[in-house]
Ligand binder design. Structure first.
Ligand SMILES: *[C@@H]1O[C@H](CO)[C@@H](O)[C@H](O)[C@H]1NC(C)=O
Ligand SMILES: *[C@@H]1O[C@H](CO)[C@@H](O)[C@H](O)[C@H]1NC(C)=O
Length: 476
């Protein structure tokens, strides 16, 4: 650009100088008023400085004689005849000027394409600069827009910050106060519960007594009571042997035509079954509970007692019904419980450690008592059979596992009193586990000490409920 400008200026200066020189020399030598300069000694007459050609004749003719040399006179002719002869100095000047003009013209001609090129380029540069400035303006506009947007966002962020701050300052404290109130209430409830637990613990230090009113109907056992009209399932008073005192039992008068005397019941883990020989001999637990209706329709957890079971089973052929329920909510059928077994039971006396004798099995839950665990084979299975075994408690070891070795006691490891062999396929008096599945790590001795019925649920599943009921056996 700069170069271009300089060249343009130079070019124009060259042209200007050319004409200016010519003009000044003209004006300096030829006075406008026709006087000669005083410094010039030699006089040369000129009729007139300039005579215009006649209008009719052309001007080209006399110009052809321009280059005619006039050496004798030491001058040269003017371009126009009317101008006469020029002095020698003037001729030299003219020739020189003509020469210079030619060379200048040549260099100017050679410069022209460059100038044109430069001009074209300058146009391009100008356009480029113009588009640049347009871009710049556009950018500026975008920046301004962005600034506006940023400003708007800043405003909104500030608004939201203010809102959050207000919320935190005003609402949060009230929420915390509400939570504090809830916490205080919970604390009060916990205190009340603790007090209730304390009183319960105190009242439970004495053996629980059933305060249920005894129905007027009674009999030798539940089948007898059913015949006499005791059709409700509830607590009754039975007296199998007129020579001994009557006692309370729970009679199931609905299941499979009724008449069932409950000898064992587990349903919620409320009673500890890890008991001594004497407890198992006499019986323990809650026969039935009053749920506020004035009579005891709800059976509790209990063991009737080996003496009583033995005595009833000796009265004649006795049917044993074992019912079970798992934690998936298997519903009890009024007529037929899906997971139950029926068998005939005979229990020996205390002097023979209540040897179990069962026979004639039918049912759906697997006959653990007669056949042992069907998932085992050979000796491993036969040592889980309960039939023919004596009763064992942790303080009286009659099992088949290293007799005489106090460190090898099934009852001690498996949690309850039972007809242990070495040791069990069924453990209805075992520990109560909530939820069913349990592991070795959860067990006190690492053994399957839950309420197990292996042929139905395996060793590591503790049942939700299990009950044993007896009824006189009738050949139908
Ligand atoms: C006029 O012409 C003379 C002779 O050629 C020259 O020396 C002089 O510099 C010229 N004058 C101007 C003003 O250019
Ligand atoms: C009994 O169980 C033990 C231990 O699991 C095993 O080593 C043995 O082979 C089993 N016996 C039979 C007859 O299956």
């Amino acid at each position: 650009m700069k170069l271009l400008l300089m060249l343009v200026l130079l070019g124009s200066a060259a042209w200007a100088q050319d004409y200016d020189d010519y003009d000044t020399n003209n004006t300096a030598t030829v006075d406008a008023r026709g006087h000669r300069p005083l410094t010039r000694g030699r006089e040369l007459y000129l009729s007139s400085r300039y005579n215009p050609p006649p209008i009719s004749s052309g001007v080209t003719g006399p110009q052809q004689q321009e280059k005619v040399e006039q050496p004798e006179s030491g001058g040269c002719t003017h371009a126009m005849d009317e101008m006469g002869v020029l002095c020698p100095n003037g001729c030299e000047l003219k020739t020189m000027l003509q020469k210079q003009e030619r060379s200048v013209r040549i260099s100017l001609n050679s410069l022209r394409p460059q100038v044109e090129e430069l001009s074209r380029e300058s146009n391009q540069v100008f356009n480029y600069v113009k588009s640049m400035s347009t871009n710049l303006r556009e950018r500026q506009r975008v920046i301004n827009n962005n600034n506006d947007v940023v400003g708007q966002y800043t405003d909104r962020v500030e608004e939201q910050h203010a809102y959050i701050k207000e919320t935190v300052d005003t609402h949060l404290p009230s929420t915390i106060r509400v939570l504090q109130g809830v916490l205080d209430k919970v604390r009060l409830k916990i205190q009340k519960l603790e007090k209730a637990i304390q009183t319960q613990t105190q009242s439970c230090q004495e053996p629980c007594k059933t305060k249920c009113p005894v129905p007027v109907v009674s009999g030798k056992e539940c089948e007898d009571i059913f015949r006499r009209g005791g059709l409700e399932s509830q607590m009754y008073l039975v007296r199998p042997d007129p020579s001994s005192a009557p006692y309370r039992v729970y009679c199931d008068q609905q299941t499979q035509n009724g008449g069932w005397l409950v000898i064992q019941n587990r349903l919620d883990g409320s009673v500890d079954f890890g008991r001594r020989w004497d407890d198992y001999r006499k019986g323990f637990g809650n026969i039935a509970l009053d749920v506020g209706k004035g009579h005891c329709q709800t059976p509790g957890e209990y063991w009737l007692g080996n003496d009583r079971i033995s005595q009833i089973s000796k009265m004649g052929p006795t049917t044993l019904l074992v019912e079970m329920e798992d934690w998936s909510g298997t519903k009890v059928q009024p007529k037929l419980k899906p997971n139950s077994i029926l068998t005939q039971l005979k229990l020996n006396s205390d002097s023979t450690n209540y040897v179990l004798a069962v026979d004639v099995y039918s049912g759906t839950a697997g006959n653990c008592l007669l056949e042992g665990s069907t998932e085992l084979i050979g000796i491993n299975r036969t040592m889980t059979i309960h039939n023919g075994m004596m009763f064992s408690t942790y303080d009286r070891d009659n099992d088949n596992w290293n007799p005489g070795d106090p460190s090898k006691q099934c009852s001690r490891e498996d949690g309850g009193g039972w007809w242990y062999n070495r040791c069990h396929s069924a453990n209805p008096n075992g520990r109560y586990y909530m939820g069913g599945a349990y592991t070795k790590l959860m067990a006190k001795h690492g053994t399957d000490d839950g309420m197990v019925w292996m042929n139905w649920k395996g060793s590591w599943y503790s049942l939700k409920a299990i009950s044993m009921k007896i009824r006189p056996f009738f050949q139908s």
